[in-house]
Design a protein around this ligand. Sequence first.
Ligand code: SF4
Length: 97
Amino acid sequence: MNNQTPDKSRRAVLKGLIGIPVVAIAGYQSVSYAAMLSMDDPTAKALSYTEKSTVDGKTCSNCGIYQGGSAASGGCPIFAGKDVAATGYCKSWVAKA
Ligand code: SF4
């Protein structure tokens, strides 16, 4: 027989919720949290990466391999493990398919 009152049951459920990580409640976000690519990175220098494109109509955000979606920064397979600026550009820019 259950001799818990509804208030005690509710309290037990609420206590259990405290243990759920915030990310699980908020939902998965596709935001990247990798370190930003340094313009001093040898590969970045070799590909003339810049955080602010000076090439008309070409930025990381409209590059075919940019992985940041509409975020201000995101991944790029050329620079694995680092984020590039959506406003950036490098010589490897490719048009979206
Ligand atoms: S290839 Fe170059 S232009 Fe394209 S997302 Fe990567 S850094 Fe930006």
